[in-house]
Write a protein that binds this ligand. Structure first.
Ligand SMILES: Nc1ncnc2c1ncn2[C@@H]1O[C@H](COP(=O)(O)OP(=O)(O)OP(=O)(O)O)[C@@H](O)[C@H]1O
Ligand SMILES: [Mg+2]
Length: 459
């Protein structure tokens, strides 16, 4: 265990230095001994070092000078000072500068060894922390997201405080507002971050499979179950489980989930004995769960259990001040992916994007920018790189686009046709039957047009 640690000793008194070195070697440490700071620093730059024993009084550069240079190169490295004369002021100063500790000569070997062990343990912890921080940074660094509006700052305040607790959290908000992003942040900023975050989208699974998926099943519990299967709740033990689209849960499973939350245990399909599970539950819905409760489609007692902390993500149209920042963020992201170098977005295009309502919220804006980056012919995104429906509201702009003589006639006609269809749909709240009637075409004809013209409809 100890062999892997390298200790650098800087001590100008030959005998004292050798005694320390030999003692440490006997303990299994790798040691390098130098009599002055210059040589020690030279060695330090070229070789791995886990800890430094530094004499305070050295010929040439003083121990303190050497220390400052070491800290510049590696602020985390533990340095233990050795000094002949101790004074409180000196000790305080060195500790403030970041020395690990400070020992007075003559050095007591037991005390030295004890301090070295402690320091190295602390470094291992620090490194573990740093690795975790790094993981977080890559996965859920706030740099990858925009939470700039006053409303989002408030939301993130609650998110970070909620993360520290184990309380169940219900995330609500329209599609594409960032519910899954927040679920990730809660897990990765919670004490459970070292364990699993297990996600289940309840609307993506056939109702008949959900129970086995969530709670697991014994061999032979249902036709086709040939081996015992552990469910997602067991997989999330000691971690977090994220149930997306919780409004879709059947009445039967609402009962089972309620029981699971009350008893902290699950029973696999076809099993008799319960299994204890320690989980933090995050649920999400883009439905109005309270409304479902009123309509008797969602159990009220379960609703209260899930909704211990409610976090509502406002739609993008209510935090428009974030649009510009989101655009910049997405341009960077898709530049990287596409190997492009878009530098900015034109004023007109930005204005059009700010005016838009985003029924699909951030996801929709992200898709629009992705498409624009892919299509862009220039290093500035312009109105031409945006989907036609963004400009639909402003007739003169559609007209302007259709007047673009660099486009072939069919494309110019498409722009006009798209615009008419989109506006009619919008007028009828995207009811196709009504829109088709006004347009004087069949519903299937309208469906065909929507597809062939790639008209993007809000979800
Ligand atoms: N604050 C944000 N900053 C940058 N990107 C974001 C932010 N919030 C969400 N996104 C991005 O928007 C997209 C949609 O987010 P997410 O999947 O979390 O939404 P959702 O609310 O779960 O949607 P749905 O209800 O449709 O499942 C993702 O690509 C996500 O990375
Ligand atoms: Mg989602």
């Amino acid at each position: 265990m100890k062999e892997k640690f390298n200790i650098l000793i800087v001590e100008d008194e030959k005998v004292a230095g050798k005694v320390i070195r030999d003692n440490l070697k006997n303990q299994g440490y790798n040691c390098a001994l130098f009599e002055n700071g210059e040589e020690a620093l030279f060695y330090f730059r070229e070789n791995p070092v886990d800890l430094i024993l530094l004499d305070y009084k050295l010929p040439g550069q003083s121990g303190e000078e050497v220390f400052v240079k070491i800290k510049e190169l590696n602020p985390l490295l533990p340095v233990i000072f050795m000094t002949a004369y101790s004074s409180v002021e000196k000790a305080v100063r060195l500790l403030k500068m970041g020395a690990y500790t400070y020992l007075t000569k003559p050095i007591e070997m037991d005390e030295l060894l004890h301090n070295i062990e402690q320091a190295l343990e602390k470094v291992a912890l620090l490194e573990e922390n740093r690795r975790l921080q790094q993981d977080l940074k890559e996965k859920f660094s706030f740099e990858n997201y925009v939470f700039d509006s006053g409303r989002m700052q408030e939301v993130m305040n609650v998110v970070l405080r909620a993360a520290a607790s184990s309380a169940n959290i219900l995330l609500s908000g329209e599609s594409g507002t960032g519910k899954e992003v927040v679920a990730n942040i809660i897990h990765y900023y919670s004490p459970r971050r070292g364990n699993k975050l297990v996600k289940v989208n309840l609307s993506a699974l056939p109702a008949t499979l959900i129970e086995a998926e969530l709670f697991g099943a014994e061999k032979g519990a249902y036709t086709g179950s040939v081996s015992t299967r552990t469910g997602k709740f067991e997989a999330a033990h000691k971690g977090t489980i994220f149930l997306d689209e919780i409004g879709e849960l059947s009445p039967d499973l609402q009962v089972t989930l309620l029981r699971t939350l009350q008893e902290h245990e699950i029973i696999r399909l076809g099993a008799n004995t319960p299994v204890r599970v320690d989980i933090r539950l995050i649920t999400a819905t883009n439905k109005d769960l309270q409304q479902l409760v009123k309509e008797n489609r969602f159990r009220e007692d379960l609703f209260f259990r899930l909704n211990v902390i409610n976090i509502h993500l406002p739609p993008l149209r209510e935090r428009k001040e974030e649009i510009k920042l989101l655009i910049d963020l997405f341009i960077k992201k898709f530049n990287r992916r596409e190997g492009k170098s878009i530098v900015s977005i034109s004023k007109d295009a930005l204005n059009a994007l700010i005016k838009f309502d985003y029924p699909g919220n951030i996801r929709e804006l992200e898709n629009i920018i992705e498409r624009a980056v892919v299509l862009a012919r220039d290093d500035v995104l312009t109105v031409r790189d945006l989907p036609v429906f963004i400009n639909e509201k402003k007739e003169e702009e559609t007209g302007f686009l259709a007047q673009d003589t660099s486009l072939p006639l069919p494309e110019r006609l498409n722009i006009i046709e798209k615009s008419i269809i989109y506006r009619t749909l919008e007028k009828h709240n995207f009811n196709r039957t009504k829109a088709a009637r006004e347009l004087g075409i069949s519903e299937s004809g309208l469906r065909y047009k929507i597809q062939s013209l790639e008209i993007k409809l809000p979800r």
